[in-house]
Design a protein around this ligand. Structure first.
Ligand code: HEC
Length: 158
């Protein structure tokens, strides 16, 4: 009788540990590791190395938008399209090969916003290569950049 009870307790304990582990992983997958900063933005807890990695990616995004402006200004559509593609989904694949653990640390909505931004740069390249007018290209770019604004307003790094 006592043995039976011990089994039952052990089973329940294992179940609790299992739920805790799976639940913990699910929580971090969905919400990432973050806390609220003094300015109301969420601070995403990444390591110093990962921070450098993200910021470097950011500077590439800024550079690409600058190059697109210059190329569009010169009327060189192909150059502008290539600048957009340089930060498209191809860039994500390259980054993921080097640094994949960081993807587990970002909150799901941030990840979605980030991946969507790279996808949108590929779409922008398509718009630039199409017979869209310059102002249509600029409008697309403005829409794309609302993602930069939204993410920066919500998240920051430690
Ligand atoms: C998914 C979220 C996200 C998106 C989308 C995003 N950024 Fe960022 N960016 C960040 C975070 C987080 C930081 C760090 C901000 C902080 O800690 O205050 C940052 C920082 C930067 C920096 C500063 C880099 C440095 O060296 O300090 C630049 C420049 C930048 N972003 C440009 C862009 C541009 C341009 C876009 C859009 C084309 C963009 N970002 C889209 C999250 C994002």
């Amino acid at each position: 009788m006592k043995d039976k009870n011990n089994y039952r307790i052990a089973t329940i304990a294992l179940a609790i540990i299992w739920i805790g582990t799976v639940g913990g992983f699910a929580y971090f997958f969905l919400f990432g590791v973050s806390r609220l900063g003094p300015d109301g933005r969420e601070i995403v807890n990444v390591t110093p190395g990962e921070k450098q990695f993200v910021l470097q990616e950011m500077r590439q995004l800024l550079e690409a938008t600058q190059q697109i402006h210059v190329a569009m200004g010169k009327g060189n559509r192909e150059e502008a399209a290539q600048a957009a593609e340089s930060v498209g989904m191809g860039m994500v694949e390259e980054l993921a090969a080097v640094e994949s653990t960081i993807l587990f640390k970002l909150p799901a909505p941030m990840k979605k916003l980030g991946l969507g931004t790279h996808r949108e740069f590929d779409n922008l390249a398509q718009t630039i290569r199409s017979n869209a007018t310059d102002s249509q290209v600029m409008e697309h770019m403005g829409q794309l950049m609302s993602r930069c604004v939204a993410c920066h307003a919500t998240y920051r790094l430690p």
